[in-house]
Design a protein around this ligand. Structure first.
Ligand code: NAD
Ligand code: IPM
Ligand code: MN
Length: 365
């Protein structure tokens, strides 16, 4: 088995707590001969700011670019609320995404059978849910220029963010969505706001053209993003794959998270383009949730989004599909047995800590 290099970037808050569970899992898989991962650890977010005055150091950035895959915990917290905007903890994550070219963010929302009654929605609305949000991750209003605040000198200020998309950025994310749809239920909803945004007009035009020229066999529907948010809560099972821009994807995926029972359940994969010679993609695997300052340091965080993100790394970076299935199966069976962290607690279930949940999942392997 060839050795694979993983860079672990736990980050801040519960990021360090959930990453500790993945470290135990990797140690177990290595020791039992199921994998051969070499891991290195770096700092990102507030922890990097405290050590180096930046949200990620050049040294750790270079390690991320050289690794076979990066596992990312979460960044941010009230301690860094007042640091300069350019070095805010979140800037470390944005730089990783941009400099690694991670334009495709896959956010699967799956309702595990045991949690069908754990959602804030009715069982029949979420039972069997399996949708995939494909979020564009390196463009749009997150990165468009100008991005600034001007003092108008009359006691007023003007803040500007710029939503920018070019054809190639929409084409490549559309292809990712259509290709993934072919492996699933063969349906894509493309979501934008072409009724008020020029970038929405272009998005609609480009996705339609890619569909007509390359993916006629996949069903394509267009849906305005506000309606999409409503439909996700009204009847989420009407969706298979949703492809959308950076900001809408951020918001729609947090909404989709609650369909599964908790934000602590949602993993994600952030992928770059395949390398022209090796075919390998740069990749970073990150839970959808943040550093959860309200519960950090208490051993209460749900490690499942992080562990499921590692399973996505096995699947998408290392072609270890059977092991990925096994890890996801272990998550399902501990949930079936009634183990719950606080965020997914239900009547009659057993409340466990972050590390007890990690241990239970490892015990299944
Ligand atoms: P959050 O996702 O950190 O928390 C929202 C709510 O969900 C909180 O009540 C939290 O306790 C709960 N929650 C989140 N993950 C959980 C888990 N694994 N287990 C149990 N409960 C969980 O969002 P926020 O409070 O808006 O943001 C806090 C900080 O995190 C901010 O600085 C924000 O910028 C940052 N953030 C980072 C990322 C990231 O690193 N990828 C993502 C989102 C937010
Ligand atoms: C996410 C987060 C990030 C985003 C922040 C922390 C930069 O909310 O990954 O969903 O907005 O993309
Ligand atoms: Mn988010």
């Amino acid at each position: 088995m060839a050795q694979q290099n993983l860079l672990l970037l736990p980050g801040d808050g519960i990021g360090t707590e959930i990453m500790a569970e993945v470290e135990k899992l990797i140690a177990h898989l290595n020791a039992s001969g199921q994998s051969d991962f070499a891991t290195d650890t770096g700092l990102v977010g507030g922890s990097a700011y405290d050590a180096h005055g930046v949200a990620i150091s050049e040294e750790d950035m270079a390690k991320a670019l050289a690794a076979d895959a990066v596992l990312f915990g979460a960044v941010g917290g009230p301690k860094w609320d007042d640091v300069p905007y350019e070095v805010r903890p979140e800037a470390g994550l944005l730089r990783l995404r941009k400099d690694m070219g991670l334009f495709a963010n896959l956010r699967p929302a799956i309702c595990y059978p045991a949690l069908a009654d754990g959602s804030s929605l009715k069982r029949e609305v979420v039972e069997g849910l399996d949708i995939l949000i494909v979020r564009e991750l390196t463009g749009g209003v997150y990165f468009g220029e100008p991005k600034e605040i001007h003092d108008l000198g009359n006691g007023q200020k003007r803040a500007i963010d710029t939503q920018v998309y070019e054809t190639y950025e929409i084409e490549r994310i559309a292809r990712v969505a259509f290709d993934l749809a072919k492996t699933r239920d063969n349906r894509v909803h493309s979501s934008e706001k072409r009724n008020v945004m020029k970038s929405g007009v272009l998005w609609h035009e480009v996705v339609s053209a890619i569909h007509a020229n390359e993916y006629k066999d996949v069903q394509l529907d267009h849906i305005l993003a506000d309606n999409c948010a409503m439909q996700l809560v009204r009847n989420p099972k009407q969706f298979d794959v949703i492809v959308t821009d950076n900001l809408f994807g951020d918001i729609l995926s947090d909404a989709a998270a609650m369909l599964t029972g908790s934000l602590g359940m949602l993993p994600s994969a952030s992928l770059g383009a395949p390398d022209a010679t090796t075919g390998k993609r740069k990749a970073l695997y990150e839970p959808v949730h943040g550093s959860a300052p309200d519960i950090s340091g208490q051993g209460m965080a749900n490690p499942i989004a992080m562990i499921a993100s590692f399973a996505m790394a096995l699947r998408y970076s290392f072609e270890m599909v059977e092991l990925a299935d096994k890890v996801e199966g272990a998550i399902a069976s501990v949930l079936d047995e009634g183990l719950r962290t606080g965020d997914i607690m239900q009547d009659g279930c057993k409340k466990v800590s972050t590390s007890e949940m990690g241990d239970a999942i490892i015990a299944k392997l």
